[in-house]
Design a protein around this ligand. Structure first.
Ligand code: KG4
Ligand code: ZN
Length: 336
């Protein structure tokens, strides 16, 4: 079955055609990121206006690139939670009008579960049940997946998301937005053992907290501002980035593998924008070897927001009989 996926939960406008839940025939992503950069974060009003401008062209491009005719489609799968309300509504409204005009089934799906599904795109089958860690700009959560219709949340962040902490630390260091890629790059020249940063403990062992470490970096930078300005070796900022990144990865590692032992799961899937980080990927692979756990990452391009993961997830859930109707709306309560 050919599924059209539509994703507009934040600053990306994305469309994709996926065959039978795994073969990606096209994946088009248009981002309004450049329009947000000067504000140091996503401005919801700009995000959804840009989506309104581009959605028709993005969907058209995805369909043409795939070589699939509209009448061959079996389903439209669209993100309807979580995300920015205006942004979600652009994708949902477009999907509903297509569904009505083509007489096609429609299904609203969860963006976070889409990030988990990303590991199934263009890949061999993954044995269920498994543990999934989703690390993105808006969420950091651990899930237990029996199948995609039965997902149990085991832990989540009690304050900032991990990607959000990367973005805020980059802002403190004046490195630009988004913070993840630039911190990863800057950290390559740094020593991760130089400064002792750590993520705060949480009452629940599988929850996360990234707000404290961001404040710790802020205090460190304020206390050492003169040295940082005069730093001829150009080592201090890389050391801060490497030490911060190390502490975040440590917390993610510890809790994900604890979830695997709790549920006796031998497979761990990691998704979301932060999962594109090569340092994190290597550390997870190293730890997995010693713990005899299979770690699976999506291809890097499918870690970031995209619509192929939404099309794939839609196919999987539709197979189990799930479908929406034209009353489909953004669901800001259900989003984990
Ligand atoms: O999943 P995503 O594309 O959007 C959300 O659903 O949030 O994730 C975006 C987040 C941003 O916070 C960005 O800084 C972070 O992922 N990110 C990274 C890297 N690439 C993107 N964080 C760490 N290292 C990276 N290489
Ligand atoms: Zn995302």
């Amino acid at each position: 079955m050919y599924v059209l996926g539509i994703e507009t939960s934040c600053d990306e406008t994305a469309a994709s055609i996926v065959k039978d839940g795994s073969t990606v025939l096209s994946s088009v992503v248009s981002s309004s990121l450049d329009f947000h950069k000067k504000y140091g974060g996503i401005v919801p009003e700009i995000a959804f206006r840009k989506q309104e401008e581009t959605i028709a062209a993005v969907v058209d491009c995805a369909v043409k690139e795939s070589g699939v005719k509209l009448k061959q489609l079996g389903l439209i799968s669209v993100t309807n939670t979580p995300g920015l309300l205006g942004a979600l509504l652009v994708g949902i409204s477009f999907a509903k009008s297509l569904s009505l005009s083509l007489n096609l089934d429609i299904l609203g799906v969860n963006h976070l579960y889409g990030h988990i599904y990303a590991a199934f795109l263009n890949m061999k089958l993954i044995n269920k049940p498994f543990i999934a860690l989703i690390v993105s700009g808006g969420h950091t959560s651990i899930f237990y997946i029996k199948d995609f219709a039965h997902i149990e949340i085991l832990g989540t962040t009690v304050d900032d998301a991990c990607g959000e902490a990367f973005d805020k630390v980059a802002k403190i260091l004046d490195l630009g937005y988004p913070g993840g890629p630039v911190i990863e790059k800057t950290a390559l020249a740094g020593d991760s053992k130089k400064i002792k940063f750590g993520c705060s403990n949480t009452n629940h062992p599988l929850n996360f907290s990234f707000s404290g470490i961001k404040t710790a970096v802020l205090y460190y930078v304020q206390k050492n501002s003169v040295q940082i300005k005069k730093d001829k070796s150009k080592k201090l900022v890389p050391d801060i980035c490497a030490s911060f990144q190390e502490a975040c990865v440590e917390a993610l590692l510890k809790k994900s593998f604890a979830a695997c032992s709790l549920k006796k799961a031998d497979t761990l899937v990691i998704g979301g924008g932060v999962a594109a980080n090569s340092y994190l990927r290597n550390k997870f692979f190293q730890e997995a070897e010693s713990k005899k756990i299979k770690v699976i990452f999506p291809e890097k391009k499918y870690c970031m927001d995209n619509a192929a993961m939404i099309a794939g997830l839609g196919y999987e859930l539709n197979k189990k009989g799930l479908r929406s109707d034209l009353s489909l709306n953004a669901d800001l309560i259900r989003g984990a």
